[in-house]
Design a protein around this ligand. Structure first.
Ligand SMILES: Cc1cc2nc3c(=O)[nH]c(=O)nc-3n(C[C@H](O)[C@H](O)[C@H](O)COP(=O)(O)OP(=O)(O)OC[C@H]3O[C@@H](n4cnc5c(N)ncnc54)[C@H](O)[C@@H]3O)c2cc1C
Length: 415
């Protein structure tokens, strides 16, 4: 219970904790053992409304906003960060891109099943040539061929690509413009030419995987283009603003999980006749973790509240994401010390929570990328929120679906 949050969000948190305790935690170990994606659990989470917090009822959302979404991400990650791995694909970046840039027909066809957990999402931007400058290094290209595009190239770290039914993927359509990309709604199970291969990642889930993707004349109908040719990066950048707050909230959840595990162990483990929590140097680590978590919570919730209020958010989202990922790393590291040798055992959760702390440091914009944005803003070189008011961040609760650019996507509407 957090007495600074609205009651409806506290109730949502309580019901998610119950769901994780009764449905997810008892089942995840088996999914991990089998390396099987937990489709049934994702469907149950969707049916309970956990993926729909920022979307209106008209597309199957529960209309509670970004603060509620941050709390859901935090609590998913605190309870089982492996299961939380698909949260962005179901509830944030993937449906958000479609909602804000899709035609009404695209929105109604693809967003409700994603939020319901009936289809599995994906957001594929990164390529082998680099993620920090994804656009500058993008090699994947899409060639128009009558009523379809044919996509050729490769993508990297596309999470859930080996399971996805409906994803958003970026490709170049204009070889003469190095900084233009086009976004597509892709359906890998329906059309040929998409090959996803899970990558072995140290410490991360065996059931919810990230992938290398190879595209060989992969077919995307023209009607599945999002917006116009060349709009892709703008569409994705908007989604990443909210996506970074989701990742920051997950990092907060992981930090809390490390903290709680460390507290429990420090109170239980006896060394020289007393609990290790009685030793001042252990207390120093516990205090550092508590302080970092409270500061992160403040930042993450502030960033989410600003999104809900329609205020400029790019700078605070970068600060929250950077700080939260530092906090997750700090808590995983200090927490593991509390466990001594047992902190290295796979059956001790903190040993693999560390890998997720590292992931949050890198995914959806590395720590360096966040720091560049923060420092350039502070130094007056580039105002982080300079686009606010021009390409207004679109809040699905208050803004109707589809950007103005989608309205002019005549091909997509006609075919
Ligand atoms: C488990 C996992 C899941 C992921 N899921 C997805 C997904 O679903 N979809 C997707 O599109 N991507 C995904 N990613 C990719 C992720 O977003 C990228 O890894 C990230 O953007 C960094 O790109 P990179 O790994 O190519 O590193 P690079 O861009 O090659 O960077 C390497 C290093 O150089 C630093 N660096 C780069 N540029 C600068 C600069 N200008 N100044 C200072 N330092 C710099 C970086 O901070 C980093 O430390 C995932 C990654 C992981 C690990």
């Amino acid at each position: 219970m957090d007495d600074t949050l609205p009651e409806e969000i506290n109730l949502l948190r309580d019901s998610l904790v119950r769901f994780m305790e009764t449905e997810v935690k008892p089942a995840m170990a088996d999914y991990e053992l089998r390396g099987e994606f937990p489709r049934a659990l994702v469907k149950k989470a969707g049916a309970a409304g956990f993926y729909g917090t920022v979307f209106p009822d008209s597309v199957g959302g529960v209309d509670m906003g970004f603060l509620a979404s941050a709390v859901v991400s935090e609590e998913l990650a605190r309870n089982d960060v492996r299961f939380a791995s698909c949260n962005n694909q179901q509830a944030s970046t993937c449906p958000y891109c479609i909602y804000t840039a899709g035609t009404p027909a695209q929105v109604l066809k693809y967003v409700p099943p994603l939020l319901a957990g009936e289809t599995i999402g994906m957001m594929s931007l990164t390529e082998p040539g680099g993620g920090s400058d994804a656009l500058g290094n993008m090699k994947t290209h899409a060639k128009r061929d009558g009523d379809v595009y044919r996509l050729t190239g490769s993508k990297m770290f596309a999470s859930m690509a080996n399971e996805t039914d409906v994803g958003v993927l970026l490709a170049k359509t204009d070889p003469n413009d190095p900084r233009s990309a086009t976004a597509f709604i892709v359906e890998p199970k329906k059309y040929p030419g998409f090959d996803a291969r899970p990558i072995d990642m140290h410490g991360l889930s065996n059931a919810l995987r990230t992938n290398a993707v190879f595209l060989d004349d992969f077919v995307v109908p023209v009607e599945n283009r999002l917006g116009n040719e060349g709009d892709g990066f703008r569409i994705v950048m908007q989604a990443l603003q909210a996506g970074r707050i989701t990742v920051a909230a997950k990092a907060l959840g992981v930090a809390r999980a490390c903290f709680e595990d460390a507290i429990a162990y420090a109170n239980e483990r006896m060394v020289r006749g007393q609990q290790v929590g009685r030793y001042q140097m252990v207390q120093s680590d516990i205090a550092d973790m508590a302080v970092a978590i409270e500061a992160t919570r403040g930042l993450v919730y502030t960033a989410a509240r600003r999104l809900d209020a329609g205020l400029p958010t790019n700078r605070i989202a970068a600060i929250a994401k950077y700080h939260a990922s530092e906090t997750a790393k700090l808590c995983a590291d200090k927490g593991q010390q509390v466990f001594g040798g047992y902190g290295l055992a796979v059956e001790t959760r903190i040993s693999w929570l560390k890998a997720y702390a590292d992931l949050f440091f890198t995914g959806e914009g590395t720590a360096n990328v966040q720091k560049i944005l923060i420092a350039e803003d502070a130094l007056g070189y580039k105002v982080a929120d300079r686009h606010h008011g021009q390409t207004q961040f679109r809040n699905p609760r208050t803004d109707p679906p589809t950007m103005e650019i989608a309205g002019s996507n005549k091909d997509a509407v006609a075919t």
